[in-house]
Design a protein around this ligand. Sequence first.
Ligand code: DLL
Length: 445
Amino acid sequence: MIWNPERETMGRPALEALQADALRRQVARVYEAVPFFRQAFRARGIEPGDVRSLADLPRLPFTTKADFRDNYPFGLLAVPRRSLARVHASSGTTGKPTVVAYSRNDMAVWREVCARNLTAAGITADDLVQVSMGYGLFTGGLGWHAGCEEIGATVLPMSSGNTKRQIMMIQDLGVTVLVCTPSYAVYIAEQAEEMGVDLTTSDLRVGIHGAEPWSEEMRREIRQRLGLDPIDTYGLSEAVGPGLAGECTEHQGLHICEDHFLAEIIDPATGDPLPAGEYGELVITTLTKEALPVIRYRTGDITRLHTEACPCGRTGARMEKVCGRTDDMLIVRGVNVFPSQIETVLLQVDGVQPHYQIVVDRQRGAMDDLEIWVEVSEENFADDIGRLRNLQRKAEFEMHEVLGIEAHIRLVEPHRIERSMGKAKRVIDRRDLYAGPDCPPAPER
Ligand code: DLL
């Protein structure tokens, strides 16, 4: 089923005409209402009238996370504060959170796009959906909650945490859809197995995941251990939250709600638009957002776009599974390393678990040291040293094959790595602690 066939199956020329029209109006609005955008446009010598078609998009200035910080909390609003219906926030890079805001109409659009994603995932009014993403300032819980209500599904607002209770509810209530981060899905599976509960025989049939990077191997793991179809969904607070894009049951990329969000791919180093089909940084312009519109927001997420037809009948562009972030990409001894590559390798090695952490360190004046902590399974942990050593060597060999550099694998006992009920923290980069020669050495952990 398609939630909004008129919008989701539109021909490309009609869609682009609609986008161009919305872009012109949005540019005029932000120029008028938001001093930040007016200044940024003027600095580039652009007047709203200069934006006539989508081809003019690259002339517009970017918006970045730093702009949110500099205009904290309400400096980017395009409407008076009293007309806000909702405020959310996500953690910022420094102390202050990134505050985002919605008008009443923005809330309606948000419900609509979440409803589209859920419907594309095969969810209907017959489903009982357990929303195990955080409720509160994070957009995940309340966003999906509203989408579920929109499509008439029954919603169980669990939020994250209290994992044993989550499992009890799945079993007792006959939950059919689980909404949570991929790392929490693995944790729920692990906890259920420890409780002797087999969730593969429960009524669970679809998992709505996202909010953090995850690999195809992680998807397989979740599918196998929870017995559901794991669907990837993508979004970010600065654009709307969840609902921006989501997979259909064909799993051929995430359908972008392009009538509301205009997507571009740029070269993260130069800022130049990249030719169709190339990997680069995703940039989003909100076409209909009223309260806090963004023009060419740099997501930092790396992906590429496809516009060829999807068997499901939706015609809009699809983004490929996000393969990393521009600021997540580690440069270790001059080689680009994405945490997603490491996850892919680890999940192919028999005997280790999908619980890992990447530690990059640099002793004063020395080379970068890439260490990957990964848990071994309960059975393997009981093995003798020789077998564990073989497992470690095998993982190190595979890692070298894929990354092209040496990584030290540190096998740790089950449950050593902290579990996540929201976004997992996979990378610990200690190198910035050694920023200058006068810095004291990093404290022992
Ligand atoms: O994570 C919104 C969301 C909630 C999306 C629930 C999907 C499901 P933020 O907290 O602002 O918003 O974080 C946005 O999370 O720029 C990506 O780096 C990352 N991210 C979100 N979805 C995915 C995904 C929500 N499917 C940031 N794959 C984004 C990889 C993702 N990364």
